[in-house]
Each structure stands twice: as structure tokens, then as C-alpha cells.
Write a protein that binds this ligand. Structure first.
Ligand code: NAD
Ligand code: DAU
Length: 360
């Protein structure tokens, strides 16, 4: 039986990954370590909470003693490190917590893995540490060169405090591989979408606002490009890299689904209006607001390596995935109400209130 220590398993991608793995494999155990920040929701994992193969540990990855104890108690074979502060806008307002969690938290886990797995002379048995990283570490691509893509050997050039913290964590993970021969992989994925994404992110935020006939705040000219991947396809890639990835390697993950932000917003308007038969959900809700500081213009991932070496391919076309996702949020409005109650309302007001009043 393989024991996976999944960090951040109560967040968006982490909870999708926990559900994906427990559905796919019988003979595994998942230990989910999560400190439960605003972005976490254990409700996502309700269907597995009584499953004997699933264990929840309420702890902070930065707490070295707690992590050591967790390694000692559960003896994980594999670590999958999702835990992070993940929202770029919050990193611009408050960078410190991003350095703390994303860098120091990763370092604490690397040290625990090294101590627990080392069997002498660069031998770590069949263990693996997988760092879940992001395409944002590569920086930004120009809009006028659609043939330019991020490849695994593209130099890291992060711009936001969030991406700087993720790039820094990637360097530490690679350093532990190079220096101590810790068995590592890094995956760098493009923007995910799907169920359980916290509604501060573009897609669920726009769906939530559209349903309530609230303004849809589009940053800048709306022409920034993101490369969207359905979350289950990301989970499938991580599973493949854990089981077949060559040690020490980085794998880019993306499905060549680049869209201008405004196209995403218009798709959401069209589909919400159609499904709810509500003509008040229309383009008049779009509100162009002040741009994000240092806003990366375009992300575009070249996934050739993971396709060629591991046979990965994305199964959900964007056109299907986006409609499925919109339908999921419409069917789970109580989920959105639950996660946006309390502190999030204050965040939303403080962040968007002024922007929406002074439209660009
Ligand atoms: P999320 O914000 O939805 O979830 C993060 C989870 O980590 C939450 O459950 C939170 O409670 C937990 N966490 C935060 N700090 C912690 C700490 N100190 N100790 C333990 N748990 C902690 O994030 P997400 O969108 O699911 O992203 C997960 C990972 O994937 C992140 O590392 C992110 O950088 C990476 N990633 C995200 C995307 C994307 O599009 N969302 C794309 C590529 C990579
Ligand atoms: O590329 C992978 C990254 O994708 C992950 O590493 C991050 O954790 C994840 O948050 C995401 O980052 P982005 O900044 O691309 O995602 P976000 O949903 O915040 O924004 C997507 C685009 O939409 C971006 O160009 C900013 C724009 N946007 C966002 C919000 C929240 C708006 O125009 N209006 C908004 O209100």
C-alpha cells in the first residue's frame, strides 16, 4: 500500500486530487495535511471523510515539529505539496505570508522528507517528493508572438510576489535533488478550472457575480491571456509524474487552451443567461477596472515533454469543461454562499469596492 502525504488537500486542486486518487486506486492511503486557511473547505471531502484510506491532519506545513511527527506517524512514501497561498492579488497586497508558506513551508517538508527517507549514500528507496508548481514562475509572454511558449528550460522570471515565492520553492526543491539527491519532481501547470475553486479566482467569481447581477470586474483591457486546463487533467498529470516521472525532472502541464480574459467572461455570461433563462445576465454587467499591478500579459505552456515521455494528454476539451464547470457552480450555489460568507465579504469589499466605483 502506498501512503501519500498530500498537503493543502482541502483547497481547490488538492481536494480534487484526493478525490481523484481515492476513486482510481484501492490500495492507497492519503494523509491530508492542511492548516485550513480561508481557501480551504473540508466540505469538499465530505464523501471520503469516513473512508479508512483517508486521514486528515490539521497542521501547518511551516511547523517543522508537527511535520516531523506526521512523517513519523504515517511514514509517507510520496509527498505531493499543494499547500500554498495561491492568489496573486493577495500576494501583491501582503507578500510576507507568501514567502512564509510557499518557501519556508516547502523547506520544512523537504527537510522532513530528507530525514525520514534517507537510507545512506544518496539512497532514498522508492520515495518521491512532488512539488506542485505553476507556469507563472516563467514570467510573461508577449501577445504578438503566439508561437512563443513556456518550455521546461525557459528561464524562470517571476513577476508577482506569488510567483516569486513559487519560483523560490522550485529552486529549493531542485537544490535538494541536486545536492542531497532527494528524489524529486516538479510539475508546472497552467490555470486550472473546475469544481471547488475558491470564488476569488476569475471563473467562479464571474459566475457568482453574474448570477447575482453584480458587476463583473475585468482588469485592464481584458486582453490578458491565460491557458486553461480542467482540474482533473492536472490531477491525472500529477499521478503520472509520481508513478512514471524521471527523478529530478520538471514537467510542464497544459492543454493549449489559451483565451483572452474577456472571452472567458463573455462565455460565462452567455452560458449563465442560457441555463438560467435570465436576460438580465448580459454584457452590460462587464465593468473594466484598474489593472492588476505587474499583470502578466500571456501564459502559454508547451506540454510536449509530458506528452512524449509519459503519454499524458488532456481529456476534457475546454468547450465541454467550461460548460460543465458553470453548471457545477450553478448547482452548488450553497457551496459558494458558504465559502464567501464571513471574512471573504470584507476582502471583496476592500479589494473591489473602490475599483468598481471608479471604473477605468
Ligand atoms: P488553494 O488556495 O485553493 O488551496 C491551498 C490550500 O493550501 C488550502 O487548503 C490551504 O488551507 C492550504 N494551506 C495554505 N497554507 C498552508 C499551510 N501553511 N499549511 C498547510 N496547508 C496550507 O490553491 P489551489 O489553487 O488549489 O493551488 C494548489 C497548488 O497548486 C498551489 O501550490 C498552487 O501554487 C498550485 N497551482 C495552482 C494553479 C491554479 O490554477 N489554481 C495552477 C498551477 C499550480
Ligand atoms: O497560471 C497558474 C496560476 O493561475 C496559479 O499559479 C495561481 O495559483 C492561480 O491563482 C492562477 O493565477 P491567475 O492570476 O492567472 O488567476 P486569477 O483567477 O486570479 O486571474 C485570471 C486572470 O483574470 C488574470 O489575468 C487576472 C484576471 N482577473 C482576475 C480576477 C480575480 C480579472 O480580470 N478580474 C478579476 O476579478
Amino acid at each position: 500500500m502506498t501512503t501519500y502525504l498530500v498537503t493543502g488537500g482541502a483547497g481547490f486542486i488538492g481536494s480534487n486530487f484526493v478525490l481523484y486518487m481515492l476513486e482510481k486506486y484501492d490500495d492507497i492511503r492519503i494523509v491530508n495535511v492542511d492548516v485550513l486557511t480561508y481557501a480551504a473547505n473540508l466540505e469538499n471531502l465530505k464523501s471520503v471523510e469516513d473512508d479508512p484510506r483517508y486521514i486528515f491532519v490539521h497542521a501547518d506545513i511551516c511547523d517543522f515539529a508537527a511535520m516531523e511527527k506526521t512523517f513519523h506517524t504515517y511514514q509517507p512514501d510520496v509527498v505531493v505539496n499543494f499547500a500554498a497561498e495561491s492568489h496573486v492579488d493577495r500576494s501583491i497586497a501582503d507578500p510576507e505570508i507568501f514567502a512564509h508558506t510557499n518557501v519556508m513551508g516547502t523547506l520544512a517538508l523537504l527537510n522532513c522528507a530528507r530525514n525520514a527517507w534517507h537510507q545512506g549514500d544518496d539512497d532514498y528507496g522508492t520515495h518521491k517528493f512532488l512539488q506542485v508548481s505553476t507556469d507563472e514562475v516563467y514570467g510573461s509572454l508577449p501577445l504578438d508572438d503566439p508561437e512563443a511558449f513556456f518550455r521546461e528550460d525557459t528561464p524562470l522570471c517571476p513577476h508577482s510576489p506569488y510567483s516569486a515565492s513559487k519560483a523560490s520553492a522550485d529552486f529549493f526543491v531542485k537544490a535538494y535533488g541536486d545536492t542531497y539527491k532527494l528524489p524529486i519532481n516538479i510539475t508546472r501547470c497552467s490555470n486550472n478550472y473546475g469544481p471547488y475553486q475558491f470564488p476569488e479566482k476569475l471563473i467562479p467569481l464571474m459566475i457568482h457575480n453574474a448570477v447575482h447581477h453584480e458587476p463583473l470586474p475585468v482588469y485592464g483591457d481584458g486582453l490578458n491571456v491565460r491557458d486553461w486546463l480542467y482540474v482533473a487533467d492536472h490531477c491525472k498529470a500529477i499521478d503520472l509524474v509520481i508513478n512514471q516521472g524521471k527523478l529530478g525532472e520538471v514537467y510542464n502541464v497544459g492543454g493549449h487552451n489559451e483565451r483572452h480574459n474577456i472571452e472567458i467572461v463573455q462565455t460565462i455570461i452567455r452560458e449563465c443567461s442560457r441555463i438560467l433563462d435570465d436576460p438580465l445576465i448580459n454584457d452590460s454587467l462587464i465593468c473594466y477596472v484598474q489593472d492588476r499591478k505587474g499583470h502578466d500579459r500571456r501564459y502559454g505552456i508547451a506540454p510536449d515533454k509530458i506528452k512524449a515521455d509519459l503519454g499524458w494528454y488532456p481529456e476534457t476539451p475546454f468547450e465541454t469543461g467550461i460548460v460543465q464547470t458553470i453548471q457545477w457552480y450553478l448547482d452548488h450555489q450553497e457551496w459558494i454562499e458558504h465559502v464567501t460568507s464571513g471574512a471573504y465579504k470584507e476582502y471583496y469589499q476592500a479589494f473591489y469596492g473602490n475599483k468598481l466605483e471608479t471604473e477605468r
